[in-house]
Design a protein around this ligand. Sequence first.
Ligand SMILES: [Zn+2]
Length: 287
Amino acid sequence: MRFKAICLIICSLFTAPKTEALEICGDLKQGELLLIKGANAKEIVISDNLQDKEYKVYDNGIALIALHRDAPPKVQLRVYNYADATTFYDLQIAPMKWDIQRVNGVAQHKVTPNKQHQKEINRELADVNKALTTRSDYNFWKQGFILPVDGRISGNFGNQRVFNGIPKNPHSGTDIAASAGTPVKASGSGKVVLSGKDYFYTGNMIIIDHGAGLQTIYAHLQKAVVKNGDEVKQGDIIGYVGQTGRAVGAHLHWGASLNGVRFRPHSLLNINDKRCKKMQENIWGNK
Ligand SMILES: [Zn+2]
């Protein structure tokens, strides 16, 4: 696995009387999750042309933020601190070259749904939207995350997808190829906020809430073995790989959402990185 975590000290680009340091752990690229720490921060807002959202701040000014797949080259953070001062930071975001992924052999009715299917799609969208707007006080995300299944990556996050020659929305997660029936593990501990069946696009799908507005998504399952409201521990088997919904071949679609922003799920693993852990130790006194 290749990922690089960086810790930067970025000084305010504005000439505030007293410049507060901002620590960042993660990659400053489109579609990435970042762990950040702002001195004395009580409120952190990320602002660009795609989002203007407040991210929950934990003790000692730590917060998780997600960079949008299409984030512009410059994203502004506003950090409000306990001294009632506001510091502005401009983050330079590296653009990604998203691939075009052509998928052929998809059942045509899954590419151009009719009215009857649209009703099913609306049920799916409503359920998913409700699950991804869950906001809990859980701190499960602090434990870090693991891969839910081992396998070859068969579809990257962010790819522009073309099904049977028809362009569709960018890929909202990462596909991991594995044999049908392979156990799928919970990437992190949390509470199941959706265990839905027979969805048009995602088939059988589970969404787990980890706190901080962060959820992970597991789709196209052959079978789910947890239900809404269940609490799961990291590594627990929650279902089995399948190809339900709009899937060609058995694989797990693994997704992640923070504050409603989908990001590359593998960047969750950055939280386990030594330097991110160091940041966590300073804050929570973890070993
Ligand atoms: Zn997928």
